[in-house]
Design a protein around this ligand. Structure first.
Ligand SMILES: [Zn+2]
Ligand SMILES: [Zn+2]
Length: 159
């Protein structure tokens, strides 16, 4: 498989491990970002957090019951973290300051093979052995703006 498979056309389908929650995204991603901060390691229980940033209006929860937990970052920025009520799979984040966006946990897509990061943030915290795609944007710490991540995505995949 190539390093960067083409992104298929929408819709994209996904859901949780137990199958109770299902969702659909009807528009192309706006960014694909990996965060290597320590909070994201805790949150995922994994080595980093890979998120597909998308238009909230194109995102639809189709079934299932969810729980929500509000996280406040050191910056004061708040996000609601949405999980399946039954199996606890972390599915997506809703940023309170930007209700036009949704951040989908890439691993919950039925096919996530195309979800290769176009940007990495908090790269100085990345675990040893982390792979960075040569064409991906690497940001130390938090990016100044979210548009930086969208610009990096558009530069690789087209707007
Ligand atoms: Zn579930
Ligand atoms: Zn993070």
């Amino acid at each position: 498989m190539s390093q960067r498979p083409a992104i298929p056309n929408p819709p994209y389908h996904g859901g949780c491990l137990c199958g109770a929650v299902r969702y659909r995204l009807d528009s192309r991603p706006l960014a694909i970002n990996a965060c290597h901060c320590l909070d994201c390691r805790k949150l995922t229980g994994a080595s980093n957090l890979l998120m597909v940033v998308a238009d909230r209006a194109s995102f639809h929860q189709e079934k299932g019951a969810v729980d929500s937990w509000r996280k406040t970052a050191e910056s004061g920025r708040q996000i609601d973290i949405i999980r399946c009520k039954t199996c606890g799979t972390r599915l997506w984040h809703e940023p309170l300051a930007n209700p036009a966006l949704v951040f989908i946990a890439a691993g919950t897509l039925d096919n996530s093979d195309w979800a290769v990061p176009a940007s990495h943030i908090w790269v100085e915290k990345a675990r040893p052995g982390t792979h960075f795609q040569p064409d991906a944007l690497k940001v130390t710490g938090q990016p100044a703006t979210r548009e930086m991540l969208m610009d990096a995505f558009a530069a690789i995949y087209g707007a």
